[in-house]
Design a binder for this molecule. Sequence first.
Ligand code: UDP
Ligand code: MG
Length: 324
Amino acid sequence: MITHSIVIPVFNEEEGLQRLFDRVKNLADSIEKSSDEKCEVILVNDGSKDRSTEILDQIHTMDSRFKIVHLSRNFGHQIAITAGTEWAQGQTVTVMDADLQDPPELIHEFIKKWREGFEVIYAVRKTRVGETAFKLFTAKLFYRLVRWITKMDIPNDAGDFRLMDRKVVNAFLSLPERHRYVRGLISWVGFRQVGVFYDRDERLTGQTNYTLKKMIKLAFDGIASFSIFPLRLATGVGFFTSAVAFLGVIYTLFLSATHQTIQGWTSTILVVLFIGGVQLLALGVIGEYLGRMFDEVRQRPLYFVGKAMGFERDERKISPSKVA
Ligand code: UDP
Ligand code: MG
């Protein structure tokens, strides 16, 4: 029997959960009706501080196809997705957001493509309603920048709404890194991938949890996980400033030989400031990569589970879980 898993990360979504439950329940019913296949929904509570925790438990009692993984604290969107994917048992695993910005009904389309033999089906946003101009601009810039720098074929304007075949899920879960840029990892593993276009809806309730800080972190994770471009850039700037410095040395020696040396306070200060800034920047870039290596070397588990509801395999309950 084929099972389809739907993984949904939840962080402070109390207002929207009921509606989410209704929509996803309908979807699961219609998938099960039109075939003899089953659905399971893994809701990952990423350390919510509002009533989401209680509501999720109620959802599980209302419909046991909805299984809940309560993480021990907030680990972030990308880790929550990974956790849900790890706990999912279906032949396909679809990841979607809890705020219904991604229409669950699109999963029918995903499954159709999956039957045609595709192994990753990702949703590409044709339009996005109700987002600020700033978010749209930064998102556009972000996708293109990461793509250009990493030289990876990460699809533009595609988020984390996608269906993965079991083969892809296993490949993805075998990647042990802590700083997880999930869309990059999925595109890195390969397999037959295809996009499905859709119009992204407005967030129904609550507000985005992606603060500017989180977006910048995601962007840097995306770049740093797949390329050492920032390190190369530091090297390039180093070469450039050295070349300028070399010309400066010749010029200075010439001035001093021809006894034209004068006060020169401004130029001295400018040079000191400039070189100091460039050096600190380069050190910072090296430090970022070093910090990432430190995170990897510690080998900490990706997340901990406080409580899991609805899973058959008892041994996984309340055990520290790790990926790979
Ligand atoms: N989310 C999460 N942990 C976080 C932040 C967000 O699990 O630390 C979940 C959130 O509940 C939602 C999804 O990740 O289901 C996407 O978050 P959001 O809608 O805030 O991001 P946006 O759509 O604005 O990019
Ligand atoms: Mg959203």
